[in-house]
Write a protein that binds this ligand. Structure first.
Ligand SMILES: Nc1ncnc2c1ncn2[C@@H]1O[C@H](COP(=O)(O)OP(=O)(O)OP(=O)(O)O)[C@@H](O)[C@H]1O
Ligand SMILES: [Mg+2]
Length: 246
């Protein structure tokens, strides 16, 4: 873990107004995320984990406070500048994969490069290389509906990493997967991040996965309640053998 903060969050607040009701989804979060670290966000449902990740991603504007990423105040950027900033700096993995149903694995994985104007042959080559890295060399031409959940999530991982962004954000990346596939997918994400020296922020419901992290931020009622430092983060977790039940 380096000392240099890549993300600096200061007194971040998000209030959702629903009619007369106000929800303090984030109630003043201040935290620094360091270059090359793996940071987990854990906490009960509704504690504000996704809201915090979405603010870091620039997907939503905060009510107040700042998010400085690589020196840029992202809460001040226009939608257009934000889109460019995201392309250059961020990769995303979501719980629900968010793949395009009409595109095959290669086309889905190549998507981020399309927006940054990389030519088709180079895009395809990069996407194939990433799909190989996540063990999908035999599924290159399959569309999302023709793949299992774990395979779809691996396509989404290939897509997140294809442009080699310095920061990867993941919201419950294993939320829809069984326990063996969960460990497989986490091993893959962690391996790629460590190899590339990227920074990873990952939201999870499963506290046992936090052993992969350098730090664990415990979120409660829209605040960082506690920060746990892990001196010896796990780099690879053995995958349990799946027993046939039928
Ligand atoms: N668009 C919205 N409008 C109104 N309230 C919202 C909105 N998004 C989130 N909230 C509220 O903000 C709070 C934090 O939500 P958030 O999605 O960040 O929780 P979370 O920690 O990610 O929960 P989970 O583990 O269930 O995904 C919740 O009380 C939620 O109801
Ligand atoms: Mg959430």
């Amino acid at each position: 873990m380096g000392i240099q903060p890549v993300i600096k969050i200061e007194n971040l607040k998000k209030v959702y107004k629903l009619g007369t009701e106000r929800v303090n989804a984030l109630a003043g979060v201040s935290v620094e995320i360091y270059k090359g670290e793996i940071c987990f966000l854990v906490g009960t449902s509704g504690s504000g984990k996704s809201t915090l990740l979405n603010m870091i991603a620039g997907l939503e504007k905060p009510t107040s406070g700042t998010v400085i990423m690589n020196g840029t105040h992202i809460e001040k950027l226009s939608e257009r500048k934000l889109a460019v900033f995201r392309q250059k700096n961020l990769g995303f993995v979501f719980q629900s994969y968010n793949l395009l149903p009409t595109m095959n694995a290669v086309e889905n994985a190549a998507m981020p490069l399309m927006f940054s104007g990389v030519k088709p042959s180079v895009r395809e080559k990069a996407a194939k290389k990433m799909l190989q890295a996540v063990g999908l060399e035999k599924r290159m031409r399959h569309r999302p509906t023709q793949m299992s959940g774990g395979q779809q999530q691996r396509v989404a991982i290939a897509r997140a990493f294809v442009s080699n962004p310095p920061i990867i954000l993941a919201d419950e990346p294993t939320g829809n997967l069984d326990s063996a596939t969960t460990i497989e997918v986490m091993n893959m994400i962690v391996d790629l991040v460590r190899k590339n020296g990227q920074t990873l922020i990952v939201v999870t419901h499963e506290p046992e996965l936090a052993v992969f992290g350098d730090r664990v931020l415990h979120i409660k009622d829209g605040k960082v309640e506690r920060v746990e430092i892990n001196e010896n983060p796990v780099r690879y977790m053995p995958v349990p053998e799946v027993k046939e039940t039928m």
